[in-house]
Design a protein around this ligand. Structure first.
Ligand code: C5P
Length: 416
């Protein structure tokens, strides 16, 4: 599902809200263009929109029944309106009439479309279409200003002939141009998992580095901050899971509702993970040392008078993730690993997915300025057998929400 020039909206879930204006007929074409651009599209219509076009036309083009009212119990049963609001990665209102803009600007929720727009956390874009005098009216100007000030993307309108034989600003922007404008704005980084998405599940997360002691004062460590694993643990707890966080040596606060076990070395981390199992989900976000000194020197290792070099005798640590993934008795439904790579990210990640028998692997490219180990931000791609999802650069807290949402999705898709 990687974003390409031809499919600039690949993998995005777009909720198209259609308002009641003559330009509603162009929203049919917009559905096709959004789908051509790679988006998954669901449609909600106002009562006015249904005077101009039928829900059936939208159903035929989007592949989903178009939603028309809050009070349709069959539709609500299939996907409740709050679920639909949550489903969307972004919401697009086209055409946005003067009335709809006013109701959106003032936070009203007096029909399905305005309720969805109020209930969603996804970014909102509006494509206005109306008579040019209505567009220029101070009330509309103020409403559009209010929407813009809240970060709403306003697309158009265009200047030109209007339906009533007049001319001026008020034409709905052409569907291709709307798609181009949507594609020009970075896709939303992540949708958080619904509250309760992991309810009743036990999740074990590892985080941070491990320190492998050489002698009483020295150790082999790495630069992992633990921020990503802690954010994932926090997000999983918010999604309702019972979370055990096995943390290497880091200076981070324990997230609310999370049971934390502090460890130092890879061997201790493995023991703590063993003790935390069985569980439903294992997420190995720790940067576990691959090697540890063969023997710990109880006395500080001294410089020798002649030696210009010092060889350390190291042995492999247990691969906790691979061990966990191959255990039949751990009850795991989903095993998630992380891969930090400097190059050929996708190839190495997919190899690791197979070699360690994982259900999901999250790869990030190390060495990109502003992302990675010690940063608060990151960018990552998740791979699973038969799919992948890009998470553009964003704060780790938001990426963690996106990952936990993906975990919930994968749990629903294929029980291990
Ligand atoms: O093979 P590599 O070390 O790059 O794999 C990274 C993944 O494996 C991470 O999820 C990490 O937590 C896990 N791992 C582990 N035990 C090790 C080494 C890595 O669990 N000894």
């Amino acid at each position: 599902m990687s974003v390409t020039a031809n499919r600039p909206l690949a993998g995005q879930r777009i909720l198209l809200c259609v308002g009641g204006g003559i330009a509603a007929y162009k929203a049919l074409e917009l559905v096709r263009r959004l789908r051509d651009a790679g988006a998954d599209v669901q449609v909600a219509m106002t009562a006015g929109a249904q005077q101009f076009v039928t829900p059936l036309s939208f159903q035929a083009l989007s592949g989903y029944p178009a939603r028309t009212t809050l009070w349709d119990s069959a539709a609500e049963q299939a996907m409740g309106h709050l679920e639909l609001a949550h489903w969307a990665d972004r919401v697009v209102v086209a055409p946005a009439t003067a009335d709809l803009l006013a109701r959106l600007a003032h936070g009203m929720a007096d029909d399905l479309v305005t309720t969805l727009c109020l209930a969603t956390e996804a970014p909102l874009a509006v494509a206005p279409a109306m008579n040019h005098r209505m567009w220029k009216h101070p009330a509309t100007v103020a409403n559009v200003g209010l929407l813009r000030s809240r970060g709403v993307q306003v697309i158009g309108p265009d200047d030109g002939p209007l339906a009533e034989g007049e001319s001026g600003p008020g034409r709905l922007r052409e569907p291709d141009a709307i798609v181009a404008e949507l594609a020009g704005v970075a896709p939303p980084a992540a949708t958080p998992a619904a509250p309760g998405a992991l309810q009743g599940l036990r999740v074990v997360v590892t985080a941070g580095p491990t320190y492998e002691d050489l002698d009483p004062v020295r150790y082999l460590g790495n630069r992992s901050s633990g921020k990503m694993g802690f954010a994932v643990a926090a997000s999983a707890a918010r999604a309702g899971a019972e979370v055990v966080l096995v943390a290497g040596p880091v200076q981070l606060d324990t997230p609310p509702g999370v049971q934390r076990v502090d460890v130092r070395s890879a061997a201790q981390m493995r023991d703590a993970v063993d003790a935390a199992l069985p569980a439903d989900v294992y997420i190995g976000a720790a940067a576990v040392a691959d090697y540890t000194p063969r023997a710990f020197s109880p006395k500080k290792i001294k410089k020798t008078g002649t030696g210009e070099t010092l060889a350390l005798d190291l042995v492999r640590t247990p691969d906790i993730l691979a061990e966990v993934a191959s255990r039949e008795d751990a009850g795991l439904k989903l095993v998630v690993g992380f891969a930090a790579e400097t190059h050929n990210v996708a190839d190495y990640a997919r190899q690791k997915l197979e070699a360690k028998r994982l259900d999901l692997i999250v790869a990030n490219r190390v060495g990109v300025p502003g992302t990675g180990f010690e940063s608060d931000d990151n960018a990552m791609t998740a791979y699973w057998p038969g799919g992948e999802r890009d998470f553009p650069p964003a704060p780790k807290l938001r990426l963690a929400d996106g990952l936990v949402e993906l975990v919930a999705e994968r749990l629903r898709a294929d029980a291990r």
